[in-house]
Design a protein around this ligand. Structure first.
Ligand SMILES: Nc1ncnc2c1ncn2[C@@H]1O[C@H](COP(=O)(O)OP(=O)(O)O)[C@@H](O)[C@H]1O
Ligand SMILES: [Mg+2]
Length: 425
């Protein structure tokens, strides 16, 4: 099963690219679902028909859905939100403020990603294509497993076991609202979904993220930033789609300036995203709407449909670039944790350790908590440096100290399980 996620600034062509890709995948015989998580839905416009909050069949092997964020959020967070409302109100918070505080920032978008997890685990699809919200909120949402963990620890004042013991006592002495069992069930389900989502989206075997952009300076800058953050969170990016390139045969001198600016910006794109492949799509003579235009877009993106083969030429599910995600290796008497981090501006990175033995990497407003493998969590950070486009963080060791391999494995799930007693879906 493959998950292909297309992201980029509003208007660059994410929906068109996602729809065209979905059509090609379905044409190759893959059972394909295309989901739009952008609240500014336009998947329906691309296919020139109405698509709603339920999966609908668009063509043989092809289903589409425009996810309704509020509906989705209510489904996953409704019970917890209900409880938090009561709790905050009991604490004297004004009704409206309580209501707003009980919704996690980014929760709506997050719920839409849970739908992806749900479909992925249903086993009904070979390919899931995501037409993601414009860059900012997608990134916020991808940092969610980190954020939700933090939020739940800080805001949710009870542990399940504690409550089971304390419930009768609290009931006698206080009218403080106590969460029901099903509130805990909801939270555990949520955390399990988050973890599963994070595992799926950061697994380069399963997921490929593709940055969609136009050859315009502002758009390229923003896309570069997005690329940095995707790397920061460990999500595999394998291609760039450069859409709306004015074709060379355009002879009208009116477009001369545009053409030379685009040529310059295309070079900027190649430099900034090297070694990722760049797929160029021309500015078509008309909008990309309806099956015929989507076919044409798929042909320019992946090559002619007639020559396309499953697993080979013209197949959008191929891995267009295989890079190394997070790595741990031994070097000069230290363990080095290496993460790909191609930066727009280098000086912005801040590193520190949290009280939970996590490594916090902060770039501007973006923060990632990396749950350190057990072995590394015990060691001091000795330093960090850039080696090409990677940030290498070294952890000091005593002269001959050697860590057993199992202590170098990621501990995110173990940490969560210890904290919530959760079960994996
Ligand atoms: N290469 C192209 N040539 C001509 N029109 C395009 C091209 N790519 C996208 N469009 C049109 O531009 C508009 C915005 O594209 P869309 O895919 O909806 O962008 P996004 O999803 O990124 O907001 C749509 O009307 C679409 O048909
Ligand atoms: Mg769109």
């Amino acid at each position: 099963m493959r998950i292909l996620l297309y992201t980029g600034k509003g208007g660059v062509g994410k929906t068109s690219t996602s729809a065209a890709t979905a059509l090609r995948c379905a044409g190759l015989g893959y059972r394909t679902a295309v989901l739009s998580t952008d609240p500014a839905h336009s998947l329906g416009d691309s296919f020139d028909r109405r698509i709603g909050n339920e999966l609908v069949e668009l063509a043989p092997n092809l289903w589409g859905q425009e996810i309704d964020l509020l509906n989705q959020m209510d489904k996953y967070w409704g019970r917890v939100q209900g409880y938090l409302n009561t709790l905050f109100a009991w604490q004297g918070m004004d009704g409206l403020v309580a209501e707003e505080s009980s919704v996690l920032p980014g929760m709506e978008e997050l719920a839409s990603l849970m739908q992806i997890t749900y479909l992925a685990d249903s086993g009904n699809y070979d390919v899931i294509i995501i037409d993601a919200a414009p860059t900012g909120s997608t990134l916020q949402l991808l940092s969610f497993p980190d954020m939700a963990r933090w939020y739940i620890e800080k805001v949710f004042p009870f542990q399940r076991k504690t409550i089971q013991l304390a419930r009768p006592v609290v009931k006698r002495f206080s009218d403080m609202p106590i969460p029901d069992e099903d509130v805990f069930d909801s939270i555990e389900e949520l955390v399990a979904y988050l973890e599963r989502m994070s595992v799926l989206l950061s697994d380069p075997q399963v997921s490929s993220m593709r940055v969609v952009l136009n050859p315009e300076k502002m758009v390229v800058k923003e896309a570069q930033r997005a690329y940095t953050y995707l790397n920061l969170y460990g999500y595999p990016v394998d291609a760039v789609v450069c859409n709306r390139v004015f074709p060379q045969q355009l002879s009208d001198s009116y477009f001369d300036l545009w053409k030379s600016a685009q040529a310059e910006n295309l070079q900027l794109v190649r430099d900034a995203f090297h070694p990722l492949p760049i797929f160029e799509v021309p500015f078509f003579a008309q909008e990309v709407t309806g099956m015929a235009m989507l076919q044409q877009m798929a042909d320019t993106l992946y090559g002619p449909a007639g020559k396309a083969m499953r697993g080979g030429e013209g197949d959008p599910t191929r891995y267009f670039y295989i890079g190394k995600p997070q790595e741990i290796f031994r070097q000069d008497g230290a363990y080095v944790l290496s993460i790909p981090l191609p930066l727009v501006e280098r000086e912005q990175v801040h590193l520190h350790r949290s009280v939970f033995d996590e490594l916090i990497v902060r770039i501007g407003n973006w923060k990632r908590n990396i749950a350190l493998p057990l072995g590394l969590a015990k060691l001091e950070i000795a330093g960090a440096k850039y080696v090409e486009d990677r940030l290498n963080i070294s952890f000091a060791l005593d002269a001959q100290q050697e860590l057993p391999p199992e202590e170098l494995k990621s501990t995110t799930w173990q940490t969560l399980k210890a904290r919530f007693g959760g079960k994996k879906p």
